[in-house]
Design a protein around this ligand. Structure first.
Ligand SMILES: C[S@@+](CC[C@H](N)C(=O)[O-])C[C@H]1O[C@@H](n2cnc3c(N)ncnc32)[C@H](O)[C@@H]1O
Length: 306
């Protein structure tokens, strides 16, 4: 059992009990095609299987956490406070690539983190260290990219930011050694999963309304066509004998139900009635093909840890 190293939009720590309540009593390997911050993955610490994310810098980060935790920690320890002066020995010291003055260390580090999307040479260890540094010092701790792939979140205001996270990195490193790590589209899971495995899918949620911002996770975005493809993948996994648990926004409620999944309303609006769910007015659903009789008993969570 470990904890997420990064804060990630859509992190699932609030939903862990609801997700575990749908776990089958036993399963072989565990796969998570949209791992993000990996709230469930790190808590579960599975013994085999795979994780994936379409974001190359996120997957590069997990590779370094897995293979090089001590050097990653050393690099993080070498970084300065976000408010300090830019380091004159590093590139991007005076202006960013748009020609604006880089007035402090944070913006200098942000420019360095954006080498890869802008086609410049980058060092994977440095990029990984910068991802965690920016994640812990940026505004709201969010990861957001503009259309050309540059990370664009401004500096945050923290009294005493801790960007080193030694114990989380070391624990996560051990957990990551037991699974395969992919940087692919979620459909990779059709090639990796087999009967008896468990797959948890937590995609960028389909927006509740046409105005909701739907491209916050990565420059590539995730549109309604991707949502349909995901439902097809979930159906195919079901036919293969794979257990599937899916979270998404309330607007997907009827689609998952029509596809034969058992759908429950979660989150803040859990108490409201099923008419509202049918109209797509609920925040969040969890859908699964695991029949109630096959689920691990509530309260048995983590029994393998004893
Ligand atoms: C809701 S977040 C996952 C949050 C995660 N469960 C957690 O606890 O932090 C969705 C993730 O899907 C990734 N993603 C977006 N499009 C994808 C695709 N086509 N295939 C795989 N991953 C994708 C994003 O980069 C993002 O990290």
């Amino acid at each position: 059992m470990a904890e997420p190293v990064l804060k990630w939009a859509g992190g699932k720590r609030q939903l862990l009990d609801e997700l575990y309540a749908r776990f089958p009593a036993s399963f072989d390997r565990y796969h998570e095609p949209f791992v993000g911050g990996g709230a469930l993955f790190f808590d579960l610490a599975p013994d085999g299987g795979s994780i994936n994310d379409a974001n190359p810098r996120l997957v590069g980060f997990y590779e370094r956490v897995r293979d090089d935790p001590n050097r990653l920690i050393e690099r993080l320890e070498s970084f300065d406070d976000p408010d300090s002066e830019p380091d004159p020995d590093l590139a991007f010291a005076e202006t960013d690539r748009r020609g604006r003055a880089v007035e402090n260390y944070y913006y200098q580090q942000r420019a360095r983190f954006n080498r890869r999307p802008y086609g410049d040479e980058f060092d994977p260890l440095e990029e990984a260290a910068l991802l965690l540094y920016l994640n812990r010092t940026c505004y709201n701790g969010l990861y957001r990219e503009n259309d050309d792939g540059g990370f664009n979140v401004p500096i945050g205001r923290y009294a005493d930011p801790d960007w080193v996270q030694r114990s989380r990195i070391r624990a996560a490193s051990r957990v990551l050694r037991d699974v395969a790590l992919h940087n692919d589209d979620f459909a990779y899971v059709l090639d990796r999963a087999s009967a008896g495995d468990l797959v948890y899918v937590d995609p960028p949620y389909e927006p509740m309304s046409a105005t909701a911002d739907f491209t916050d996770y990565s420059a590539a975005g995730f549109d309604r066509g991707d949502q349909r493809r995901l439902l097809d993948v979930a159906r195919e996994l079901d036919e293969m004998g794979v257990s599937v648990i899916a979270s998404n926004s309330g607007v997907t409620h009827d689609r998952y139900e029509a596809a034969g999944f058992d759908v429950a309303v979660e989150g803040a609006t859990r108490a409201i009635n099923s008419d509202a769910a049918a109209r797509g007015e609920v925040d969040e659903i969890v859908a699964t093909n695991v029949p109630p009789a096959d689920r691990a008993d509530a309260g048995q969570r983590g029994i393998s840890d004893f």
